[in-house]
Write a protein that binds this ligand. Structure first.
Ligand code: MTE
Ligand code: MO
Length: 321
């Protein structure tokens, strides 16, 4: 992965989607055309029949480009908002785009509790202020072996945690998604234990790459992508990146996580992207990039090994999956 130096970046470089409607789209049109003939449009992100893109919400003010962005070209707004995983709105990849409009995200509060100096119910604005909003273009790798490149807008989780003043005994941060079956139709079925929960070890939560996300392509986050506030941990499989967060708890012991509760044989707590350790039912060595036909090799830690490998030094990553 190439990382730009901050001195090379101006605010005007923040990504409007139109900038990317060039080479990439031409490449994709070709790839999807070829794939459509073979796979009948069932390929992730293909242009064939499917839900409409999310409506564009409010533009977020004063977003600065981050030097931690990958130089890969992002997928389109339409791709990122029509091929999602969000079981609260259904189990198929098109369900969130069809069903997530029922979620109301205002008002919204995030409860902060546990071993922390400043527990309270925070509005999203109060939680992220006064950090400056950054655009971070990250590689994103799902456990189901597809991947995308996504221009998120958010603030480092680290800044937020520092302001909340965790106590020395806090070793993990636990996160919880909203539970509101009237608005989240998927929660009316027991496909997962509700509410969705996730967690990070404190050093993972404090890592500079870990982002609390409130936007996409410079605009407020669409519901299907986890509005109004979600986590992004780019070196871990996508399911660690919990959506529509309503609680952050500072705890001493490793917290339970949804996919581990659902199937502990297949999903561990760490869930770092690791091409050397297969999922029990499929290989993790390669990935299919959203909209592309050919698979490509998955790099260790999703390409972020230089930045995060030392978090796991001395750990057996086959055991701690
Ligand atoms: N609350 C909640 N968060 C969730 C999920 C979910 O079902 N519910 N799915 C996860 C999985 S498996 C993935 S791959 C990512 C998908 O994020 P995206 O739809 O924005 O690409 O969200 C993660 N966060
Ligand atoms: Mo996923």
């Amino acid at each position: 992965m190439l990382i730009k130096k901050s001195s090379d970046i101006k605010e005007s470089e923040v990504t409007p989607e139109s900038v990317y409607l060039n080479r990439r789209q031409i490449l994709q049109a070709t790839a999807v055309g070829a794939a459509g003939a073979i796979a009948g449009g069932l390929l992730p992100g293909s242009a064939f029949a499917g839900p409409a893109a999310a409506q564009e919400g409010r533009r977020l003010p004063d977003v600065v480009a981050s030097p931690l962005s990958t130089d890969e070209e992002p997928h389109t707004w339409k791709q990122i908002t029509t091929y999602n995983n969000f079981y609260e709105f259904g189990t198929s990849k098109e369900d969130p785009a069809r069903n997530a409009h029922t979620l109301t995200t205002e008002p919204w509060t995030v409860a902060v509790d546990g071993l922390v100096g400043k527990p309270a119910e925070y509005s999203v604005d109060d939680l992220i202020k006064p950090s400056k909003l950054e655009e971070r273009i990250y590689r994103f790798r799902c456990v189901e072996a597809w991947s995308a490149v996504i221009p998120w807008v958010g603030v480092p989780l680290r800044d937020v945690i520092e302001r909340l003043e965790p106590e020395a005994g806090a070793k993990y941060v636990a996160f919880q998604t909203l539970y509101r079956p009237e608005e989240m139709r998927g929660q009316r079925s027991p496909v997962l234990e509700w509410p969705y929960v996730e967690g990070l070890r404190m050093d993972e939560a404090m890592h500079p790459l870990t982002l609390l996300v409130v936007g996409l392509y410079g605009r407020v986050l669409p519901n299907q992508n986890g509005a109004p506030i979600r986590l992004i941990v780019p070196w871990k499989y996508g399911f660690k990146s919990i959506k529509s967060i309503v609680r952050m708890s500072f705890v001493e012991n490793q917290p339970p996580t949804s996919w581990n509760i659902a199937n502990s044989r297949e999903y561990g707590f760490y869930s770092n992207v690791n091409p050397q350790v297969d999922h029990p039912r499929w290989s993790q060595a390669t990935e299919r990039v959203l909209g592309a036909f050919f698979k490509k090799e998955t790099p260790m830690f999703n390409g972020y090994a230089d930045q995060v490998a030392d978090l796991y030094e001395g750990m057996d990553l086959r055991r701690y999956k």
